[in-house]
Ligand binder design. Structure first.
Ligand SMILES: O=C(O)C(=O)C[C@]1(C(=O)O)C=C[C@@H](O)C=C1
Length: 330
């Protein structure tokens, strides 16, 4: 059964780009992907959907086959690899699920073509300062080798002061123009993960060394952004019952994501308060949060919102008490 986030995101894809499968990850469909960062242990609540590895840092000094075999021992999921040179391609063909054409490689057409001939999905990064035209030219080089499984990745431009200025407008335009899934490279900072997805990205790339907390932040921000952007972005007035119901379904999918997150946070409060659960109920706090919501939902108004929020809050308290009894709370 699809999750609420997948349902919320489905609308994104009916008119969105084509899809590219990398191992068992589908880019351009379903929830936005988070690729890279700490693989997460058995008890991790958030894991990346895929990982990537660059062989460039070793300048060819490290044996690609050995590096990839080691990575495979740590990570069984989808693996993308950036070669240092054409010499790395046979190992990548045998052990990886996709190739990354790094931002610094954009002008190396021979390497791009040789990599495309592996037949694996390609993630083509935009080099600093490169125009949409130059970026999309790489896609044509891949296509010329019979490889149409291309994903684009916005990596930003170097600016004075800030090292990494992402161009989300360019990313959005290229996604629409090329009909291909697009990722945004965030490095070790997940702060723009939600903004990237809200701007239309199909996922984000984190630095391979990004820690578990960064992965968790990116997973949460991208899921929430996908859930809330899709229903509010499509405000065309529905004309039939089926249309209106389809739009309601998308809004409900977003609500489900938010309600799940709210329950999780309310559970944290129950564990931290001196008296948690129903016994520690704080009606003044509830009244204030309803009043604040009524300012955003004036047509529903305080009285109706109070009924809705009472049910939401009681469901959260029930769940928190159940978690406490079973010792399962996060
Ligand atoms: O803020 C608190 O004290 C909570 O316990 C959280 C919460 C909520 O779900 O928002 C739950 C119960 C309280 O009556 C008030 C608010």
């Amino acid at each position: 059964m699809p999750t609420a986030v997948q349902e919320a995101h489905a609308a994104h894809t009916t008119t969105g780009p084509g899809t590219v499968r990398v191992g068992d990850m589908t880019l351009g469909e379903g929830p936005p992907a988070v690729i890279g960062g700490a693989p997460g242990g058995a008890d991790a609540t958030s894991r990346p959907m895929g990982r990537w590895l660059s062989l460039r840092g070793h300048h060819g000094a490290r044996d690609a086959r050995r590096a990839l075999t080691e990575e495979r021992a740590r990570w069984r999921g989808p693996l993308l690899v950036e070669p240092f040179s054409a010499a790395d391609l046979p190992a990548i063909g045998d052990l990886a699920d996709g190739v990354i054409v790094g931002a610094a490689w954009m002008q190396d057409f021979r390497l791009v073509r040789a990599a495309a001939r592996l037949g694996l999905p390609m993630v083509v990064q935009r080099g600093p300062g490169a125009t949409a035209q130059e970026w999309l030219a790489i896609v044509d080089y891949c296509a010329a080798e019979g490889n149409d499984r291309v994903v684009l990745c916005e990596c930003g431009d170097r600016t004075r002061g800030a090292e990494h200025a992402l161009n989300l407008g360019l990313m959005r335009a290229v996604r629409a123009r090329s009909g291909r899934p697009v990722l945004v490279h965030l490095g070790t900072d997940a702060g723009l993960a939600g903004a990237a997805v809200a701007a239309g990205a199909d996922g984000v790339l984190l630095a391979p060394e990004a820690g578990e907390e960064t992965v968790a932040a990116a997973v949460e921000a991208t899921a929430l952004a996908a859930a809330v952007t899709v229903p509010t972005a499509r405000r065309a007035a529905p004309r039939t019952v089926a249309d209106a119901r389809a739009q309601i379904d998308r809004v409900d999918a977003a609500l489900a994501v938010l309600l799940e997150r709210r329950a999780e946070l309310a559970g944290v409060v129950q564990r931290l308060k001196p008296v948690g659960g129903f016994a520690g109920r704080d009606m003044e706090r509830e009244r204030r949060l309803v009043a604040a919501m009524a300012r955003r939902a004036p047509r529903l108004g305080e009285a109706r919102l109070a009924r809705i929020m009472n049910a939401v809050i009681e469901a959260g308290l029930e769940l928190a008490e159940q978690d406490r009894r079973r010792g399962t709370g996060r």
